[in-house]
Ligand binder design. Structure first.
Ligand code: GDP
Ligand code: K
Ligand code: MG
Length: 268
């Protein structure tokens, strides 16, 4: 049995897509310890594929029960692939979660949902080929509601090639801090997960930091790396990362999206 995780912002269409993919092959329950609904189901076309519908999240920070359930599932269960459902009419905001998903190193299919709405709005064109190229991940545009392009999505879901992608790379000064923290933890975590943990440590994520049980010397070394970066950026470490992600998204969107509305405004 292969487990794939459905992840996305609230209202990106995850449940609609989940129902389309699994039909009536669903099990509904609760996540242990929290009143967050848990849903899993087998892909209609292939019962060896189990799809886990994870709670809607804007980030993988521990800000809400939903986000904690989602991130713990991704980190502890390491699903074979993440199906990242993005509301294509809210691309920038949704890509913020996508970047964090990519930091985990887990293979991903980027699903641009609500393409029917985007087409109707007529104010934006997304070049999906370019987006796939820039992010280095497979991208498929669908409408979960109208069932458009679901066959193509299922092909990508069933594609079992071991997939890797280049990690999004941020401001070089931030990257060097991340590299230094990675060096501190290199014997403690698998290589493909080290970026995720290094970023979480850099953000001073309490839960992840506690998991490592650093001795005083190592805690001090890591704190010095973080503190130095904060001096360089004149900002708190967690907002350095937030800004780096938004800068990266702005660059990607700038190259992959044409806003027709902006153009009209700029000439009038
Ligand atoms: P979730 O919160 O991510 O599980 O999102 P839902 O599946 O509950 O969908 C949120 C709303 O968006 C619902 O009203 C859906 O009918 C609607 N929706 C989902 N997918 C699409 C789509 O592809 N196109 C359009 N127009 N609406 C959609
Ligand atoms: K909803
Ligand atoms: Mg839902």
């Amino acid at each position: 049995m292969t487990t794939l995780a459905l992840v996305g912002n609230p209202n990106s269409g995850k449940t609609t897509l989940f129902n389309t993919l699994t039909g009536s092959n669903q099990r509904v329950g609760n996540w242990p310890g929290v009143t967050v609904e848990r849903k899993e189901g087998q892909l209609k076309q292939d019962h060896t594929i189990m799809i886990q519908d994870l709670p809607g999240s804007y980030s993988l920070s521990p800000y809400s029960s939903e986000e904690v359930v989602t991130r713990n599932f991704l980190i502890n269960n390491r699903p074979r692939k993440i199906l990242d459902v993005v509301d294509s009419t809210n691309l920038e905001r949704n890509l913020y979660l996508t970047l964090q998903i990519m930091e985990t190193g887990i293979p991903i299919v980027l699903i641009l949902n609500m393409m029917d709405l985007l087409a109707k709005q007529k104010n934006r064109t997304i070049n999906m080929k370019k987006l796939a190229y820039m992010l280095d991940v497979p991208v498929v545009g669908i409408s979960a509601l109208k069932h458009n392009n679901i066959d193509k999505l299922i092909d990508k879901i069933r594609d079992d090639d071991p997939q890797t992608y280049s990690m999004p790379s941020y401001d070089p000064r931030l990257e060097s801090a991340i590299e230094m923290i990675k060096a501190q933890i290199k014997d403690r975590v698998p290589e493909d997960q080290s970026r995720w943990f290094a970023i979480k440590l850099f953000e001073r994520d309490e839960e992840i930091t506690a998991q490592f049980e650093f001795d005083a010397h190592q805690a001090q070394e890591i704190e010095t790396i973080i503190h130095t970066a904060e001096g360089i950026f004149d900002d708190e470490s967690d907002s350095i990362v937030v800004n780096a992600r938004y800068d990266y998204i702005a660059r990607i969107v700038n190259m992959c999206v044409i806003d027709h509305g902006d153009f009209k405004m700029s000439v009038s």
